[in-house]
Design a protein around this ligand. Structure first.
Ligand SMILES: Cc1cc2nc3c(=O)[nH]c(=O)nc-3n(C[C@H](O)[C@H](O)[C@H](O)COP(=O)(O)OP(=O)(O)OC[C@H]3O[C@@H](n4cnc5c(N)ncnc54)[C@H](O)[C@@H]3O)c2cc1C
Length: 453
């Protein structure tokens, strides 16, 4: 719970960008008693986790999954009075492949870490050497406090912990790609350990997997907008901020924000830039170059990006998988790109027969055109789920976010919330955090940006 500061003076604050970071920042500022204007370039709030309209359906720009360890997200949702039972399907930690195509690992409802021990003993598709390797990994990581002296790649970490080929293929690689959206040979071992520490290394509920039942804009950003409006703060959509102008009074002016009668509604005491890293960098560079007396910017962060592709496949409403989601064995050599499939009908009855298939770190998969990719995915589903009827979907839709997340590589420098400019703070999933680019990193960043204001 964010406590309202005593004796704090109310500030007029603009938050530019209404992704999850911007929404978290705006709500927190409002709770702290500030007067907030949340400004979004798009029509819908949510940024990279938002609703899109496809063939009359309200779908997401990409299937997302959250973890019980996402404490900042879940706390913010509770503060916004979002019913977590209604909006999220909570499942125990699991990695289940269909029909012995991989492993079958489900954590029972037992206190941590016994739940992992039982899951390990009962896991199918792993032999004794795999189970011993997994137990060794978990014990050593706990003993080291989930902390490395020096960061390295996840592949190097797995090698040093003598993980078996099968365990790497069936568990560590899909987990690493799902959590960091970066292949193990390039992913940061320390960030991977941070995620494991807060999920596998914490209470059982922290390792639960939470799958949204509603679209991502409804899940949090729309509730944030309602809250802000109730508190007399403003939410403006369809406004693309191009320039930040500092005034002689030490305030900031956003020319694109419509003025109201008293003429001061586009002037702010503080600004939070909650856009993507590259858009933020452009804005900061413009501010820096607008006057020779402005401080110089430190070197910009050097991010490279990874894509994520979601393929929606609509079948007859009677089509139902045995579980709400399965892991899938991917093999690019066989054009098997998919890593997870979600049965949307089990999350929301209005979406009966709709499957959402995720291809993370999809830079190679998207060399194929949409039709080739969706045919290959339908084929993979039909084969691995042993459901020949999945070959022929009624329609498909491929959505690729080319810059879904930054590549989370070892020892990657990430900027702090505060900038060199007075009254200018940044927020987003790319700012300094021990988490990879996720909803949780975005929300944590938004909250700490608001507190920095
Ligand atoms: C396909 C996909 C799947 C993912 N899966 C998962 C997952 O399973 N679990 C998970 O935790 N995370 C997942 N992520 C990552 C997660 O979505 C992001 O980390 C998070 O949404 C980033 O939020 P943000 O607020 O930092 O940035 P953004 O969402 O990028 O928000 C920035 C906002 O600023 C707006 N903006 C930009 N410029 C301007 C301007 N000049 N004026 C006004 N507004 C502007 C943009 O329109 C946007 O709304 C996934 C991401 C993608 C794309």
């Amino acid at each position: 719970m964010v406590k309202r500061q005593k004796n704090s003076t109310t500030k007029r604050v603009a938050v530019i960008g209404a992704g999850w970071a911007g929404c978290a920042a705006a709500v927190t500022l409002c709770e702290l008693g500030h007067q907030v204007t949340l400004i979004e370039a798009a029509r819908h709030l949510g940024g990279r986790a938002r609703v899109v309209e496809i063939k009359g359906y309200q779908l997401d720009n990409g299937q997302h999954i959250m973890l019980g360890a996402y404490t900042a997200c879940l706390d913010l949702m509770r503060r916004l009075k979002i019913d977590l039972e209604q909006t999220l399907l909570r499942l125990p930690l699991q990695m289940v492949y269909p029909h012995q195509t991989g492993m079958h690992f489900i954590a029972p409802k037992l206190p941590a870490p016994i739940h992992l021990l039982f899951a390990l003993i009962n896991a199918k598709g792993l032999d004794r050497a795999d189970k011993m390797a997994l137990a060794r990994f978990s014990t050593t990581a706990r003993w080291m406090g989930w902390q490395l002296n020096q960061d390295c790649t996840v592949s190097e970490l797995l090698e040093s912990y003598e993980q078996t080929e099968r365990l790497c293929r069936l568990m560590w690689t899909p987990l690493c790609i799902a959590a960091l959206n970066t292949p193990p040979e390039r992913a940061s071992a320390q960030v991977f350990l941070n995620v494991l520490r807060d999920s596998l290394g914490a209470k059982r509920k922290a390792s639960d997997m939470l799958i949204p039942r509603v679209d991502l804009s409804s899940l949090l950003p729309d509730a944030a907008a309602r809250y802000l409006q109730q508190k007399n703060s403003r939410v403006l959509t369809g406004i693309n901020i191009k320039t930040l102008r500092s005034t002689d009074q030490g305030t900031w002016c956003l020319d694109e924000v419509p003025r109201t009668e008293n003429g001061t509604e586009n002037e702010f005491d503080r600004i939070i830039i909650a856009t993507s890293a590259s858009q933020c960098q452009r804005m900061l560079a413009d501010v820096s170059s607008s006057s020779s007396s402005n401080p110089e910017l430190p070197n910009p962060p050097e991010f490279s990006y990874e894509a994520i592709t979601t393929c929606y496949l609509q079948y007859a409403p009677s089509i139902k998988l045995e579980r709400a989601f399965f892991a899938l064995a991917d093999n690019p050599q066989l054009a098997q790109w998919a890593q997870f499939v979600f049965d949307r009908g089990q999350l929301n009855p209005e979406q009966a027969g709709l499957l959402a298939v995720v291809v993370s770190a999809s830079n190679n998969a998207i060399q194929n055109d949409h039709s080739t990719l969706s045919k290959a995915i339908a084929q993979q589903l039909a084969e691995q789920l042993r459901m020949p009827e999945l070959i022929k979907p009624e329609w498909t839709q491929v959505i690729t976010e080319k810059r879904a997340t930054f590549a989370c590589t070892p020892s990657l420098p990430r900027p702090e919330n505060r900038t060199v400019f007075h009254g200018l703070v940044i927020a987003g999933d790319y700012t300094a955090s021990d988490y990879p680019a996720t909803l949780e990193a975005a929300v944590r960043s938004g909250i700490s940006a608001a507190q920095a204001v």
